[in-house]
Design a protein around this ligand. Structure first.
Ligand code: SF4
Length: 720
């Protein structure tokens, strides 16, 4: 029987509305939903991967155990019991910190994971918590915490109403926004141009977004904080800004003025590679625009001054009066607001401490993933002996992947919740595969938070689920209860067994309903009020339009008696450190490696479907013609790239789209490890950039990995 199901694509942050046509329990077509309140007919080729992964013969569908004679299917009960017993045994023997947990990026796209992971974290009770956020976005969370008092209070550019969009280290044409849910970015930028607005891009590479810009300026990798501090300095010293209605909430403007005075445009021209005249004009044009907004993303985060750079992005918006006003940077008011939701939760343990081996900072209850391998490989009290990964592939997505391979290999026991036997999970003793996206309900709880337009949409399951399959939330709850039971005293075990019998009551749809009712647009559990509930979302399957973003920050600050500290001590110290690093930045020699993103793939996890690997080799090393000449290298030749931690061989692509002194390699490749079950990916292995990135180089405020600006040498492959 034929039917159509409306669903939000949860492959990337854009969250496009899809119409999925199904016949005889098989997807026959995936198309864009023209009436989706936020994506309005946008779709990208990756959406087809939803079907390709669903039908991928390599996708795991039953729990698998590694044995001496190969991988064998085991029952759910046996698998869950073994994982709980082994992990609880290690913790009982060596302490809670002897077991670690890593949550990968796909988890953020699954309501079941976001809503239920806390239970498993609580059951394990370990400090060894890691997520992909520490190779991606923790600097942004920290900046929002320092300015607005909450890690989820992230301001997003009002791209549909601004007159001047300044983009640093981001490529929204390809990403469709990141920490800015903005599907159809090409259309939105066209709208900016049509209303006479300007787009300026600052990036070491001429990206697809830069190609559309009115102006693009190369910047030395990692130098964003110099540029931003200088822009703030010009605005303040020339009196170009007016903080508008937020002025009443600001502290420390005088101290900020003093701190940024060290960064006049002439002083930062060397470290950034951008002339003083361009910087000064940029500050003046940005301030003069009726509505302007600065947006920074991965490039501003994965560098040695990531938190400072992200903080300065918001500070620039504040001092020019562009924060909390239409056309500037605004906070979404989503139906489920993670900022207010986290305030309602019990505080739940320490949020910040130092790691065991290196003394690196933990942030927001998790340790930097750059420290994961050393926590496995360094003996002593608290050494990691057991591990659980959830929807993650840190061997490919975090620095020094080969060392992490050795770390996973050294563990006494490792279990993975994953749909693939990939570069990381091949080390597991047991893999627990959850249902794929089309087989369970979903609500994009995280990405509505960063959306450029407020909306809410419930995605029902598209296909009937095999009764033997388990959803991720079920696996998380079952494991949490079993681990807690194994670690509990006999009296507590009865209650936990009882909880295991009845946990189905807390089904995601019911939990989502409670969250919606408590949210900005909910009825607050007053049934006589017309508010948002799951029933309404089900009745309006194409999504509910909750309107454009608007000013809301003064209410947030006022209700909590918060103030915005423009001279936050941690950031003031970083500005002093930045100033001290000026000469070192200016004197950078040799080649620096940066990453890049490809519109056809999504990190490492879509490479086993035809869509992602067809066509020309996209895992090439981009190099400027002057550098190629200086190194006597030719276009299309295989080259060897070496860093402190390793080397890879890739094909060279010579282009003036990268800045002289910079080379670029995409991330997510490197499928040449034995023991995987991803045949298409293995046949298109290419090289992993994280076999070059350095685990020892981290940003000091939150410990984020520094994946951009890695010093490398490039030679003919045959020279090796
Ligand atoms: S842009 Fe992202 S959310 Fe939209 S269709 Fe493509 S993969 Fe899906």
């Amino acid at each position: 029987m034929a039917r159509s199901v409306f669903k939000t694509c949860n492959l990337c942050e854009a969250g496009c509305g899809l119409v999925i046509d199904v016949e005889n329990e098989r997807v026959v077509r995936i198309r864009a939903d023209e009436d989706d309140p936020i994506s309005r007919g946008h779709i990208c080729p990756k959406a087809m991967a939803l079907q390709e992964v669903q039908e991928d013969p390599d996708r795991l569908r039953r729990p698998m155990r590694r044995t001496a004679s190969g991988w064998q299917v085991v029952s759910w009960d046996e698998a869950l019991d073994e994982v709980a017993s082994k992990l609880a045994h290690i913790q009982t023997r060596d302490g809670d910190d002897a077991v670690g947990m890593y949550l990968g990026n796909p988890g953020a796209h699954n309501f079941g994971t976001v809503a239920y992971i806390a239970g498993l974290r609580g059951a394990l009770g370990t400090r060894n918590q890691y997520t992909a956020s520490s190779v991606d976005q923790n600097p942004k969370h920290a900046a929002s915490l320092y300015l607005f008092g909450n890690v989820f209070k992230i301001a997003v550019p009002d791209v549909d109403h601004t007159d001047f969009l300044l983009v640093l280290g981001a490529n929204p044409i390809v990403s469709n926004g990141s920490l800015m849910t903005a599907p159809g970015m090409r259309r939105r930028l066209r709208g900016l141009k049509e209303r006479g607005g300007r787009l300026v891009v600052i990036d070491p590479r001429r990206t697809a977004t830069a190609a559309l810009a009115d102006a693009h300026h190369f910047i030395r990798p990692g130098a964003d904080a110099f540029l931003l501090a200088s822009l703030v300095h010009v605005v303040l010293s020339e009196g170009l800004g007016d903080s508008g209605h937020l002025a009443a909430y600001l502290d420390g403007e005088g101290e900020l003025r003093r701190l940024v005075s060290a960064f006049d445009p002439e002083a930062v021209a060397g470290p950034t590679g951008i002339t003083a005249a361009v910087i000064r004009d940029l500050a003046r044009d940005f301030s003069a625009a009726r509505r302007a907004v600065c947006y920074g993303r991965v490039g501003t985060s994965l560098n040695p001054f990531g938190t400072l750079a992200n903080w300065l992005v918001d500070v620039l918006n504040i001092v020019t009066g562009n924060l909390d006003r239409p056309g500037g940077a605004l906070h979404a008011t989503p139906a489920v607001d993670l900022a207010t939701l986290t305030e309602m939760m019990p505080a739940g343990g320490e949020r910040e401490w130092k790691t065991r081996v290196r003394g690196a900072p933990a942030f927001n209850g998790e340790q930097p993933v750059a420290c994961l391998a050393e926590e496995m490989l360094t003996p002593g009290a608290g050494q990691l002996r057991g591990m659980l990964t959830v929807a993650g592939n840190p061997v490919l997505s975090t620095p020094n992947g080969r060392q992490l391979d050795r770390g996973f290999e050294s563990l006494e026991y490792y279990a993975a919740i994953d749909i693939y036997r990939n570069e990381t999970t091949r080390h597991a003793n047991i893999i627990l595969p959850p249902t794929w996206s089309l087989e369970h309900e979903n609500y994009e709880i995280v990405f509505h938070q960063f959306a450029v337009h407020n909306s809410a949409k419930y995605s029902p399951p598209v296909l009937a689920r095999d009764p033997r399959a388990r959803c991720e939330w079920q696996i998380l709850v079952e494991l949490a209860l079993r681990i807690a039971e194994k670690k509990a005293k006999p009296a507590g075990r009865v209650g936990l067994r009882l909880a295991r019998a009845f946990y189905g009551f807390f089904h995601p749809t019911r939990v989502l309903d409670w969250m919606l009712r408590l949210g900005h647009h909910g009825d607050g559990f007053r049934p006589w009020r017309r508010g948002l509930r799951v029933a309404r979302l089900i009745a309006e399957p194409r999504g509910v339009d909750l309107g454009p973003l608007g000013p809301s920050l003064d209410a947030w600050l006022g209700e909590r008696e918060l103030r915005i500290d423009l001279a936050h001590p941690a950031m003031a110290a970083e500005l002093v450190r930045l100033s001290a690093e000026r000469d070192a930045f200016e004197g950078t020699k040799g080649l620096q490696l940066i990453g890049r993103r490809d519109s056809r793939t999504n990190n490492s996890w879509l490479h086993n479907v035809p869509l992602a690997v067809k066509g020309r080799n996209r895992c090439t090393l981009l190099m400027h013609p002057d550098d190629a000449k200086g190194h006597d290298l030719s276009n299309g030749e295989p080259v060897r790239v070496r860093s402190r931690v390793g080397e890879v061989e890739v094909v060279l692509e010579i282009t003036d789209d990268v800045m002289p002194g910079v080379v670029s390699l995409p991330h997510g490749w490197g499928h040449d490890r034995p023991g995987m079950q991803m045949r298409l990916a293995q046949a298109n292995a290419h090289a992993s950039i994280n076999d070059l990135t350095d685990d020892l180089v981290i940003e000091p405020v939150v410990g984020n990995a520094v994946l951009n600006g890695v010093p490398v040498e490039v030679t003919h492959a045959r020279a090796g």
